[in-house]
Design a protein around this ligand. Structure first.
Ligand code: HEM
Length: 360
């Protein structure tokens, strides 16, 4: 437990630094722009925030002390990257990715399953992209690997949970084909960025269709409270995963500008952050051993995220720069509201439990 809180705090600080950098990239001058967070916005989001969070969750799950070296390395990577830009920070992200891969290989050995194997393949994509980045490749030419890391990790976790619906052999085959297309896109992107990104996009669309049709979220959306909230997060995320895939298919490789912004953030904000919102009340109790009781106000940060992302992406496509800026700012406010709503739910939950223990 002693290591978990500082690691989670470092992941959250990376998130804040990345959001700060995102605002700077959109041209906001408050908070005053800072070179490091602007330059490293993407790696901070993917490796320092999400990589650390996923590594921490897996380390807790597998219950081995060495596994915490992964989130420690990726969290320190952010500190090093911001303090002394150069290859050392990215190299630490690679170490974080390799430890996560080792954890997932152990998980596959302990409990072999198709879902665990998918997550392990996803985990391998993080250090591959990280090594290319550490070797000096620009973010735009390695981002397909980071997308493969996050999408395969999340899709594998969802596949695990669809077990209760007893998916058929045909379902598994279709899932494997979609995942293989996505992975092929990442591999291809190294030699031929345009073809790679389009193939990756096709894989994203295929996986979104599979998940939208087979995920247990379709049933849970008719339930109540947390089950329903998580299901809404998932289903909305799948719509953005498909949208991002379509954008990649149509636009191919881009390295800056509105098409790049729309493609990447439909995926990273619309799909990935929606998943984070939906799973936070489940992951945080496992990591911190503190309840995150469901609150109806969780819908506020979720609705704000999707509404402002719609403004951002539509404005990107229409070439309406003020809409991109205000939509992006709305994304940042939605993430901050998520943090406030989650922390306040934890604090209120602790207060109520203490009162119950004291018999008040
Ligand atoms: C939530 C608010 C966010 C804002 C305001 C924001 C803002 C931006 C902006 C303005 C760009 C430059 C796009 C261009 O070249 O036209 C960018 C790029 C990028 N963003 Fe975000 N972003 C956000 C969230 C995220 C998230 C959640 C992720 C990943 C999980 C992410 C990953 C990236 C990546 C990888 C790039 C490419 C960076 C590069 O090529 O150097 N962003 N972001």
């Amino acid at each position: 437990m002693a290591a978990r809180l500082p690691l989670l705090a470092l992941a959250m600080l990376s998130l804040l630094a990345a959001l700060w950098g995102g605002l700077g990239r959109l041209g906001f001058t408050f908070p005053p722009p800072a070179a490091g967070p602007i330059a490293f916005h993407g790696p901070l989001m993917v490796s320092a925030f999400l990589g650390t969070l996923i590594g921490l969750e897996r380390a807790v799950g597998i219950g081995r002390r060495w596994a915490f070296a992964g989130p420690l390395a990726s969290a320190l990577g952010a500190v090093v990257l911001l303090a002394a830009p150069g290859p050392a920070g990215p190299a630490l992200f690679v170490v974080g990715g390799l430890v996560l891969l080792e954890v997932m290989l152990l998980a596959v050995r302990l409990q072999p399953s198709f879902a665990a194997a998918t997550i392990a393949v996803g985990s391998a994509c993080w250090p591959v992209g990280g090594a290319l980045y550490a070797a000096g490749r620009p973010v735009a030419s390695v981002v397909a690997w980071w997308i493969a890391f996050l999408v395969l990790t999340i899709a594998g976790e969802r596949l695990e949970l669809t077990r209760v619906l007893a998916p058929t052999r045909r379902d598994h085959t279709l899932f494997a084909i979609a995942a293989a297309v996505l992975l092929a896109g990442a591999v291809l992107s190294v030699a031929d960025a345009d073809t790679g990104v389009r193939v990756l996009g096709a894989g994203c669309v295929a996986l979104a269709v599979w998940l939208g049709a087979k995920d247990i979220a379709r049933k849970n959306v008719r339930r109540k409270e947390l089950l329903r909230f998580t299901a809404v997060c998932l289903l909305a995320g799948y719509v953005w995963l498909a949208a991002s895939g379509l954008l990649a298919l149509v636009f191919g490789a881009t390295s800056a500008g509105p098409q790049y912004d729309a493609w990447l953030h439909a995926l990273f904000v619309g799909f990935v952050l929606s998943m984070v919102f939906g799973h936070a009340p489940i992951i945080f109790p496992a990591v911190l051993m503190r309840d995150v009781p469901f609150r109806t106000r969780f819908y506020a940060h979720l609705a704000l995220l999707h509404a402002t992302l719609l403004v951002r992406v539509a404005s990107d496509l229409a070439g309406f720069t003020p809409g991109v800026r205000w939509g992006g700012l709305g994304n940042v406010v939605a993430v901050l509201l998520f943090v406030v709503n989650t922390v306040s739910a934890v604090v209120a939950g602790r207060g109520r439990r203490r009162a119950a223990l004291l018999g008040l």
